[in-house]
Design a protein around this ligand. Structure first.
Ligand SMILES: *Cc1c(COP(=O)(O)O)cnc(C)c1O
Length: 457
């Protein structure tokens, strides 16, 4: 008999991930080959990912079973709690009911562990020896480092240079899990060297770090690459969050009118919102789903829907998404996990079709909301998560005006215990609002519009 490790009811945890592609009225457009501009088949992704993840990437199955080995690891911290933020409600004097799903209980402190464990599992099963990846604020790097340690895989992380400097503890955390961490751009790769020649003082960006990690994976067939957001299979793994929340709302005898999550690449938003959107798409229940981006990286609200690369050097397939252009380098805000130039294909298509909403918030408003949350509910949120909280506060204040008792759910995607430097800056009044000019955005977009593949979208 198998040794029992956790003493809680396992049937509280869903056994399936949800694939929203099955229910979307307009299916996502295909990825295109970076050189030919032709739609690519799954085999083109084989140098980067193990086959089972590629199958998930293109799957149209509605439900995909979570392997038992993955569920066993999830049980370390799942189901994650759904908590009613009663103290926050009181402080806001709002009639709204505010709930949050707390993903900071995962070993590495954010939702990212949900896909890290799944990806490491499928890689281990396929015989992968090493996984390369990029990380912004370091949450993804720490999640993957831990997951690789669990499954006995080497892990190599390219960390956006500005975060590498701002967040030394994240690097130490990854090293402690056994990973090697390099500031990006680095001189270990051709992509990194090219950037350093042009911009010796580059702050780095997720796009650049992805180029480096992809290059290292393509060079060696024992090495694969792993992405912490954006791709369909990553969003799929995160739907465990919303599936649990659905069950928990049944226990609470309630149902959200509004579902909110911060958006970097789109995975935690998708993870929370997609299971609720299933009910909306199947005409069972109305819900407003709001993705909240950083005002200094506003691809959903100020970018354009078009084909663009996932990385800076143009090594990845072209994806149809809301983007600011793959050369866009956002200001070094503290919410490093929101500094990505594009949004996932699935979220982008849903936004284009008016099925989800987007909002862009400034960092000072977000930190104020984060501080209020800390003072009321006690948890100090990740700077990224503050964006979701600030939007929830906005909605709750509208209810205070109108007297409506709406039910608001947001994803507390991670804790901010390693982000004290950011809170220090906020407390000392050192945070600034970055005004992003339209000219800047247009310049960045013009570069990719010129090279659009001749497919009408
Ligand atoms: C990475 C991250 C985000 C945003 O990333 P998505 O890909 O949009 O999920 C939000 N919150 C935290 C804590 C993160 O680590």
């Amino acid at each position: 008999m198998k040794q029992k490790k956790y003493f809680l009811s396992e049937d509280r945890m869903p056994k399936f991930w949800y694939n929203i592609a099955a229910d979307m009225p307009n299916k996502p457009l295909p990825p295109l080959h970076p050189a030919t501009g032709e739609p690519i088949g799954p085999e083109a992704l084989a140098p980067l990912f193990p086959m089972e993840l590629i199958e998930q990437e293109v799957s149209t199955e509605r439900f995909i079973e979570i392997p038992e080995e993955v569920r066993e690891k999830y049980l370390m911290y799942r189901p994650s709690p759904l908590i009613r933020a009663t103290e926050l409600e009181k402080a806001l004097k709002t009639p709204a009911k505010i709930y949050f799903k707390y993903e900071g209980v995962s070993p590495s402190g954010s939702h990212k562990t949900n896909t890290a464990i799944a990806q490491a599992f499928y890689n281990a099963k396929a015989g992968t020896k090493k996984i390369t990846t990029e990380t912004g604020a370091g949450q993804w790097g720490s999640a993957l480092s831990y997951a690789c340690a669990l499954f006995g895989i080497e892990c190599e992380v390219y960390m956006v240079k500005v975060s590498f400097q701002q967040k030394p503890y994240r690097k130490i955390m990854m090293n402690t899990y056994g990973a090697n961490v390099y500031p990006s751009p680095s001189n270990r790769t051709e992509a990194g060297k090219r950037i350093l020649e042009q911009h010796p003082n580059s702050n780095g960006s997720l796009g650049i770090a992805i180029s480096e990690a992809v290059e290292m994976a393509v060079k060696d067939d024992q090495t694969k690459y792993s992405l912490g957001s954006v791709l369909n299979h990553v969003l799929l793994h995160q739907t465990i969050i919303g599936e649990e929340a659905l069950k928990q709302f049944e226990m609470a005898d309630d149902y959200p009118d509004i579902v909110i999550a911060p958006l970097g690449g789109g995975s935690n938003f998708a993870g929370l919102a997609f299971p609720f959107l299933r009910n909306k798409l199947q005409n069972k229940k109305e819900v407003r789903a709001i993705a909240v981006e950083a005002a200094s990286c506003p691809k959903l609200t100020r970018g354009k829907f078009m084909y663009d690369f996932g990385d800076t050097q143009g090594l990845t397939p072209l994806l149809p998404m809301y983007t600011l252009g793959h050369n866009f380098e956002p200001e070094p805000i503290h919410a490093g996990g929101l500094r990505y130039h594009g949004a996932s294909v699935l979220v982008s298509q849903l936004l284009k079709d008016g099925l989800v909403e987007a909002s862009a918030l400034n960092q000072i408003e977000c930190f104020k909301a984060g501080q209020l949350f800390a003072k009321t509910e006690g948890i100090i949120p990740a700077p990224e998560s503050n964006h979701g909280i600030a939007q929830a506060v906005r909605e709750a204040m509208i209810c205070r005006e109108t007297g409506e008792q709406k039910t608001i759910l947001f994803n507390l995607s991670g804790h901010g215990f390693l982000d004290m430097a950011a809170y220090g800056d906020f407390n000392e009044g050192k945070l600034v609002e970055h005004e992003l000019s339209s000219a800047e955005i247009e310049r960045s977009l013009a570069e990719i519009e010129a090279s659009q593949p001749k497919m009408a979208i």
